[in-house]
Design a binder for this molecule. Structure first.
Ligand code: ADP
Length: 595
């Protein structure tokens, strides 16, 4: 900031009163003395005009000391002039001519003083105006300097603002790009999680990356020691075809030391921010290969490994064909994330497929074995019956008891085999459903007869709560009975004293069947597993009691096959309540469905 300096005022304006007074005294005195001296020197030459030198003295006194000084000089001039005339020999001291001359001198001096005073005033005014103008000029110059410095400051601030705006714009662009990438990763995760068909989902992810993240994207997988291209996406359909042709004509092998093979072999990513023609020439195996690579206009590229559970399953390649998009560290981290997620999806899908294959193999094995076991077992039961009936000869009591044990064991074995067979059939989706109108009470009564003997042997009260005889539903009666028998058998098996109660009732659009016992109950953490196949709460107890661990698994699958479900409530040492809920009338007949 500039400072405005106070300019000095005119000499008169700033002169202190004492010096002004001094001037007013000195100027008239000096003027009078000079005029007197001149009159004395040149008096003889101008004898009749004794006042001639006092005129300029008056004018000078007025000009330099003001009107008062002029008046003093005029009076002094009149007196001295009047005194000087007789001295030069013109008669009496105050003759009338001398007095007239003195008066004339005073009048003229007055006029001259007035004139000189107005000149003096004009001069002072002019001086003051000049001074003011000078001051204003100085002020203006100061203001100009100030505005210049303000302008400079403004310019600097503008430049700073521009820089800030540019950096804000840059930050916004980075944030927007980051957001777009996050969206891409999110969307890719959603797509990858949507299905276990990884060939389709991985291709969808490659398409997702184009054009927001890349102009060309490929996914290569390592299958049985060979690199196979799983997906290709390109912004330009013509170049997408070239890219596929390139892979067919020059398939990637595991040998090369750079590119996809190197990334798959080492599990390390690769980023080339700027791909040069030299690099393409190095990669190309012949001129045609080089021409194809050049045609794809590769500007920047990244290859990231697709790694899951410590194994590199393949590589994801992202290529930019635009000069404006050069890959850097941020892009690499997004690409690595994409690669990891794709690998995880592929790994999960492969594991799931392997598990399905293993499960299918297990079901097939169970079905075959059960079938093979069932045939001789049926024969054993048949021959036992022949022997027991005494057709082949008399049977002693002791032999009859042994035959009875053979029958019980064989029947038990047959039940287990039938359960395994049923489970295998349901698992394979081969269980047919026959919907028909079913009277709820009829099925409940039927199921009770299957367990009545076992309940009686264990001293348990088996009870049916009154069921509305008119309560009906449309379902598969055989499967419903099978489910109820499973639940009732378990209730009897796991209850040592008390009741086993069954009831059936309508509930909204469904019919519910409930089996309640006062048995050992099931811990909360076991509840979520009891419907898993081959799962038993306590192996030792269960072994003692017997069972395959398939009863509840089969029950749940059958219930779902019929459009319903089975649920459980239980408290350890108090008892359990299992409930099957089935639609009273399924909307569309369900022939067979996966569960
Ligand atoms: P299992 O052939 O062993 O009975 P399930 O699939 O029918 O196989 O039952 C699985 C396990 O659930 C049983 O081994 C048992 O531990 C538990 N469970 C089933 N029903 C009951 C019940 N009513 N009370 C207590 N535990 C039960």
């Amino acid at each position: 900031m500039s400072t405005i300096t106070q300019s000095p005022k005119s000499t008169e304006l700033i002169a202190p009163p004492a010096s002004r007074l001094r001037r007013r005294a000195v100027v008239p005195a000096v003027s009078v003395l000079i005029a007197l001296g001149l009159t004395l020197v040149f008096g003889s030459l101008i004898s009749h005009t004794a006042f001639v030198f006092f005129y300029p003295a008056v004018v000078l006194a007025v000009l330099f000391a003001g009107v008062e000084a002029g008046v003093i000089v005029a009076v002094a001039g009149a007196v001295l002039g009047t005194l000087l005339v007789p001295m030069r020999g013109h008669g009496g001291a105050t003759d009338s001519t001398t007095i007239t001359s003195a008066l004339f001198f005073l009048v003229i001096s007055g006029a001259l003083a007035a004139l000189a005073n107005s000149v003096r005033r004009a001069r002072t005014a002019a001086e003051e105006t000049t001074q003011r103008l000078r001051e204003q000029a100085l002020e203006l110059a100061a203001k100009q300097a100030e505005s210049q410095s303000l302008a400079n400051e403004l310019e600097r601030a503008n430049a700073e603002l521009e820089r800030a705006m540019l950096s804000a714009e840059g930050a916004r662009d980075v944030a927007l790009a980051g957001e777009a990438r996050m969206r891409l990763v999110d969307e890719a995760s959603r797509v990858l999680a949507s299905s276990l068909d990884y060939e389709t989902t991985v291709a969808a992810v490659a398409k997702l990356a184009v054009p927001s993240f890349a102009d060309w994207c490929t996914v290569d997988l390592l299958v049985d020691g060979e690199i196979k291209q799983l997906a290709v996406a390109h912004v330009d359909p013509v170049r997408a075809r070239w890219a596929r042709e390139l892979n067919v004509k020059y398939p990637t092998t595991l040998d090369p030391t750079t590119g996809v093979p190197a990334v798959i072999r080492t599990g390390e990513p690769m980023v080339v921010s700027e791909v040069t023609d030299d690099m393409l020439a190095q990669r190309a195996t012949d001129p045609e290969h080089l021409a194809m690579l050049r045609g794809l206009e590769i500007r920047s590229a990244m290859i990231v490994p697709m790694t899951a559970r410590g194994r590199t399953l393949g590589a994801l390649m992202l290529v930019s064909t635009r000069a404006a998009r050069q890959y850097g560290d941020v892009d690499l981290s997004v690409a690595l994330d994409l690669g990891r997620r794709a690998a995880l999806a592929i790994d999960n899908a492969r594991l799931y497929r392997a598990a399905l294959a293993a499960s299918d193999a297990k079901s097939n094995f169970l079905a075959t074995m059960s079938h093979e076991l069932r045939t001789p077992l049926t024969a054993i039961i048949g021959y036992e019956e022949l022997l027991a009936e005494g057709i082949t000869g008399p049977v002693s009591d002791e032999q009859r008891q042994q035959l009875e044990r053979i029958r019980i064991s064989a029947t038990h074995l047959l039940t287990l085999i039938d359960e395994i067979l049923l489970y295998a059939r349901v698992e394979a989706g081969g269980e047919a459903v026959r919907f028909e109108p079913v009277v709820a009470k009829g099925v409940v009564d039927d199921a009770m007869t299957f367990v009545a003997r076992a309940a009686a042997e264990r001293g348990l009260t088996l009870r049916i709560e009154p069921v509305d005889p008119a309560l009906m539903l449309r379902t598969d009666a055989g499967k419903l009975r099978q489910m109820l028998v499973n639940l009732l058998s378990n209730a009897v098996k796991f209850t040592t004293r008390g009741d086993v109660v069954i009831r059936a009732f309508a509930r909204d659009e469904t019919v519910a069947f409930e089996v309640r016992d006062t048995g050992i109950g099931i811990d909360r953490e076991d509840l979520e597993h009891i419907f898993d196949p081959f799962w038993q709460v306590e192996q030792t107890t269960t072994r003692k009691i017997g069972g395959s661990g398939l009863g509840l698994a089969v029950t749940r699958r059958l219930a779902r096959l019929l459009g319903g479900d089975v649920t459980v409530r239980s408290e350890p040492f108090v008892g359990s309540t299992f409930r099957i809920e089935l639609p009273a009338a399924p909307a569309t007949p369900i022939e067979s469905r996966a569960v």
